[in-house]
Design a protein around this ligand. Structure first.
Ligand SMILES: [Cu+2]
Length: 260
């Protein structure tokens, strides 16, 4: 008897925190993030309404069929109702999955435009490095035998290759706002994961593979890039930042870095 109001009150409290968005995501900074949040809200509203109705019905059934001293009766159920709600659930589920798939696939299957800014990403236990081709637009040759973290050469740049002379290596990601970006990601050791909450994007980086990820960020600011795949003892400290700059500031930053 007491259980019914407890279920109702708990349901109301849970629904309130979701409706009031008490603990929520940071605002998205790109069109994909906005589409992602809209799809999330659609799914949450559909599931939320069903959840609240189901919990209230559960409370009602507990109350209605409480032990009032009468003999219990047997009910064989209702096949038609079961067919209806199972089909409705399947349809809703498939519909939401199809809508969500389109948003997800847009990130992973659409090809970046030819003028996308290429940036090479190297993840390793337990740091991030980013490489830009510099003013010549060409990445210099690299080789494993030149890799030297303590000398500031995590990519293994070959200093005999003129194309690599102007390559820029940075410990944090800098990108221009409103421009398509193409990340070319590698891992040196184990699986790491590139994640920026505000982009609503998360991508595993598997050693031995070249993993592409293209996106665009529109809001200037500094955002955290935490490694999001448990990659070893130092995983907790494997984080850097993604700074979204105005295109002019980005060009200026590249010039300053290339001169060093
Ligand atoms: Cu990691």
């Amino acid at each position: 008897m007491l259980l019914a109001p407890v279920i109702w009150i708990l349901t109301a409290i849970i629904a309130y925190f979701f409706a009031a968005k008490t603990w929520w995501f940071p605002p998205p900074i790109n069109a994909h993030g906005i589409a992602y949040d809209e799809q999330f809200m659609r799914t949450l509203i559909v599931c939320g309404i069903i959840f609240v109705l189901a919990q209230f019905a559960l409370g009602w059934v507990i109350f209605r069929f409480r032990d009032d001293g009468r003999r219990a009766s047997y009910n064989h159920g209702n096949n038609r109702l079961e067919t209806v709600w199972t089909s409705a659930t399947a349809l809703l589920f498939l519909g939401l999955v199809l809508m969500g798939t389109k948003i997800w696939a847009g990130v992973h299957f659409d090809q970046p435009p030819a003028d996308a800014v290429p940036i090479e990403v190297l993840s390793k236990q337990f740091a991030w490095s980013f490489r830009y081709p510099g003013p010549d637009g060409k990445f210099g040759h690299t080789d494993l035998k030149f890799v030297n973290d303590s000398a500031g050469n995590p990519f293994g740049l070959d200093d005999k290759d003129p194309a690599g002379k102007d390559d820029i290596v940075s410990a944090s990601l800098k990108i221009p706002a409103g421009k398509p970006i193409k990340l070319i990601m590698h891992s040196r050791d184990v699986i790491h994961n590139f994640f920026v909450r505000e982009l609503r994007m998360k991508q595993d980086i598997v050693p031995g593979m070249e993993i592409p990820l293209s996106f665009q960020a529109d809001t200037i600011g500094v955002y955290e890039v935490p490694c999001s795949e448990l990659c070893g003892l130092g995983h907790f400290q494997m984080r850097t930042t993604m700074q979204v700059m105005s295109p002019a500031d980005f060009e200026q930053w590249k010039i300053e870095k290339a001169q060093k």
